[in-house]
Ligand binder design. Structure first.
Ligand SMILES: Nc1nc2c(ncn2[C@@H]2O[C@H](COP(=O)(O)OP(=O)(O)OP(=O)(O)O)[C@@H](O)[C@H]2O)c(=O)[nH]1
Ligand SMILES: [Mg+2]
Length: 349
């Protein structure tokens, strides 16, 4: 299924049922008092995050959602039935904005997280409620209130642990294929990947992490060049970024260090927070070099980029060095998780 990460939908809550005007008519009370019941409330619309829903693709098919309206009240002080609430399932990691005001309404990141997006209208009062000492036979009633309606923008942020960053053709998708069962398209032209893809990297029994392959970045992406930087939002929740660099861009007339610097620059322009995230350099396509030149090439790039963090020399195509990369990433993520769940220290008697 195609990965859809944005959708706009209209939601409308049910309106309240009208209040009822009615009078008791019984054999022994021909002119009885008022007994018109209230209208029922309209159903509300909720969004609920569900494990197992992975894309917003369903919203391509259905884009309007309406909850049931409340029923009108009736005689004998019977309140009308309330309209049923409507619960729309979305993927975990969906952010909801009001399209008309731009307001962020919520962020459903955990299974079961629920957000009220359109409140049902109140039911109208029946004439019983209008009875006073001076008006014993009121004919007033309220009509039910309309339900809220909203135009929403849903945006899915992928929940990946590790994000792949790099210029087009660097080999991000090839690496994703080497590490996971995901099968993003690979080709020798830029912008092969048009939509983010997720892959699960299994490192051992019960040890796995999720990797996100996103479209490539080029110089000027922050200003909209290429596919732009909008896909970087999918890396916001990752814990580790892998910057994949084609070590042999020179073979196709490029300059590996120069290309890597542009990618770093675009990342910095997108978000300082993301640029501060742990980032490893992954020097790819080393199979294109003679074995005895590979280490020197990696060292040269590290020097040219003044790279301080961890560095991996790999061939994604030959799956050479990729297992060690996956294992180190796993260990790194486990270290973060352990630190987060550790008892707070400092409580010494
Ligand atoms: N020789 C060699 N070629 C590679 C390697 N990794 C990727 N390639 C080739 O480089 C080209 C681009 O690979 P992709 O994986 O599609 O690159 P990408 O970074 O996902 O590119 P975009 O999706 O366009 O951003 C393809 O022709 C791959 O076969 C590698 O380790 N060695
Ligand atoms: Mg790709």
């Amino acid at each position: 299924m195609k990965f859809i990460d944005e959708a706009d939908i209209r939601v409308e809550a049910g309106s309240g049922g009208n209040g009822c005007v009615s009078f008791r008519r019984e054999k022994w009370a021909p002119r009885g008092g008022p007994d018109g019941g209230d209208g029922g409330h309209g159903g509300s619309v909720y969004l609920i995050a569900r494990e197992g829903v992975n894309t917003l693709a369903d919203f391509r098919v259905q884009r309007r959602f309406k909850a049931e309206s409340g029923r009108g009240g009736s005689g004998r002080d019977m309140t009308g039935a309330s309209g049923a609430d409507l619960k729309i399932e979305v993927a975990k990691g969906t952010e909801i904005h009001d399209l008309d005001t731009g307001e962020l309404l919520g962020d459903l990141s955990h299974d079961g997280d629920t957000l009220l997006v359109a409140k049902g209208g109140q039911g109208g009062r029946g004439n019983t409620r209008f009875k006073t000492s001076v008006n014993r036979a009121p004919r007033q009633f309220d009509t039910g209130k309309p339900g809220e309606s909203r135009h929403l923008k849903l945006a899915l942020k992928l929940l990946a642990d590790v994000g792949l960053l790099g210029a087009p053709n660097a080999g991000k998708s090839t690496l994703t294929r080497a590490l996971s069962a995901a099968r993003p398209k690979v080709a020798d032209y830029p912008f092969t990947t048009l939509h983010p893809q997720l892959g699960v990297v299994r490192v051992g029994t019960d040890r796995s992490f999720v990797i996100a392959d996103i479209p490539g970045l080029i110089e000027g992406a922050a200003a909209g060049a290429g596919l732009g930087i909008r896909f970087l939002k999918h890396l916001e929740r990752t814990r580790l970024l892998l910057h994949v660099v084609d070590a042999c861009a020179e073979l196709s007339g490029g300059d590996s260090a120069q290309i890597a610097r542009s990618v770093e620059g675009e990342l910095g322009q997108y978000s300082a927070a993301l640029a501060d995230r742990p980032r490893w350099l992954v020097v790819n396509k080393l199979d294109l070099l003679p074995a005895d030149e590979r280490d020197a090439r990696v060292a040269q790039l590290v020097a040219e980029l003044a790279w301080k963090g961890p560095v991996y020399g790999i061939s994604a195509l030959a799956a050479d060095g990729t297992t060690r990369l996956a294992q180190d990433a796993m260990t790194f993520l486990e270290g973060l998780r352990a630190a987060e769940t550790a008892e707070p220290s400092g409580h010494r008697a």
